[in-house]
Design a protein around this ligand. Structure first.
Ligand code: NAD
Ligand code: ZN
Length: 374
């Protein structure tokens, strides 16, 4: 597994021509119930009756009222997606083939309704409908050649920041890596906190902690700059209110949705760190979901983020979350080696966390020591 290295650190002061020029989501609606505006939002984007809108929807909503509220007209299609496993390149390619074969025209738009998994899938499908080859060819940085078809993201689970980011994270034949490009960013996001009402408590915590960990890693990283800091601090403040305060359920949903947004904006112009690097190894070898993986790892990172871990443990205790144990108990020596290699290949993450000389501070033995505790 290999991770392409960024040539310029985000926000780094070099020559004026080297500052990274990031795209942001151009349109966003926020508010409980705002989902019902989706029909009006999509109408001007419909090219003609034969160019449908494809709604990719987390199958957790099968048989719920939400499906009936989706403004599907003409030849529009609702495709239910299982988020039991995180998205794969082969899944993207299969969906793109299915959509191409079903309709004479390129769709007017793709709408992803779900957590990070379905949102990333929607971004990748929108890109691949307008680009040749396989989605695995585009895992990396700025490899996408043509703009995606119009795509909108509607989170039903808060924390990943996938709604604002310029990446669509996919597991491919050789690696788990995002399609990072300016074309990945959603054209429209609908933030309706009511859609997160039914999230089970553990999942709420794990994905919420993904946001909290984004903040800790961004705010403690060497890539930090005033842009990232301003978003990271706001997201951190909101996480404290949600996970350590006593907000009403409605306030909690609203605040976590905005924390996710700000956390995503913070890492857009900086980078994540140790927890994400180590968690990628867990996810790649054992298929541990992203949020849970980050939590499992973060428990053991006192040395790197003492304040962040202390607060995290308070949050875990306040919400009575019991982490699975013995997750790495049965891994073979080969699997352990792969996990370590995957983690070590995340060079920008280590450089952000530990500085340019990170290789003197982190060794395979240290990493396997962390995995053995999980
Ligand atoms: P998820 O989308 O994988 O969903 C987790 C579970 O929650 C699923 O079972 C899903 O069905 C369920 N769920 C979602 N909404 C629900 C609701 N309203 N009610 C009940 N259940 C609901 O979880 P996630 O943590 O949001 O996303 C993880 C994925 O996001 C990973 O694939 C990860 O790689 C990716 N990710 C992407 C970015 C990015 O910037 N693109 C950042 C971080 C993580
Ligand atoms: Zn994350």
């Amino acid at each position: 597994m290999k991770v392409e290295r960024k040539t310029t650190k985000p926000g780094e002061r070099q020559t004026s021509r080297n500052f990274r020029n990031f795209p942001m989501v151009p349109r966003v609606v926020f508010g409980a119930g705002s989902f019902d505006q989706l029909g009006d939002i999509l109408m001007p984007k419909r090219r003609h009756a034969e160019a449908p809108v494809i709604f990719l929807v987390d199958d957790v909503f099968e048989g719920t009222q939400l499906l009936g509220r989706i403004p599907a007209i003409f030849d529009d299609q609702i495709i239910l997606i299982s988020a039991d496993e995180e998205p794969k390149t082969v899944q993207v390619d299969t969906l793109v083939t299915r959509i191409r074969q079903s309709f004479g025209a390129t769709p007017s738009g793709i709408v992803g309704i779900g957590g990070g998994s379905v949102m990333d899938l929607a971004k990748a499908v929108a890109i691949m409908l307008n680009n040749e080859g396989h989605s695995a060819d585009y895992q990396g940085w700025d490899l996408v050649k043509r703009p995606a078809v119009y795509h909108a993201g509607i989170p039903t689970l808060s924390g990943t920041g996938a709604e604002v980011s310029r990446t669509a994270v996919l597991s491919g034949p050789q690696r788990k890596l995002g399609i990072n490009s300016d074309y990945t960013v959603f054209d429209q996001v609908v933030l309706d906190p009511d859609l997160t009402r039914g999230v089970p408590k553990d999942q709420w915590f794990y994905t919420g902690m993904d946001c909290y960990i984004h903040c800790v890693e961004s705010l403690n990283g060497s890539y930090l700059n005033a842009f990232s800091k301003s978003y990271g601090e706001k997201a951190m403040e909101l996480c404290h209110e949600v996970f350590l305060g006593d907000p009403s359920p409605e306030e909690s949903r609203e605040k976590l949705m905005m924390a996710s947004w700000h956390g995503g904006m913070s890492i857009a112009y900086s980078q994540v760190g140790v927890a994400h690097a180590v968690s990628y190894g867990l996810s790649y070898v054992l298929g541990v979901p992203h949020g849970l993986g980050n939590c499992l790892v973060f428990n053991h990172l006192q040395q790197y983020y003492p304040q962040g871990v202390e607060t995290y443990l308070k949050m875990q205790e306040k919400h009575g979350i019991r982490m699975p144990k013995g997750v790495c108990a049965g891994v073979s020596p080969e699997e352990m080696q792969t996990m370590v290699e995957v983690a070590l290949s995340m060079e920008p993450l280590w450089e952000n966390a530990l500085g340019p000389h990170w290789k003197t501070q982190i060794t395979p033995e240290i990493l396997s020591g962390i995995y053995e505790k999980i």
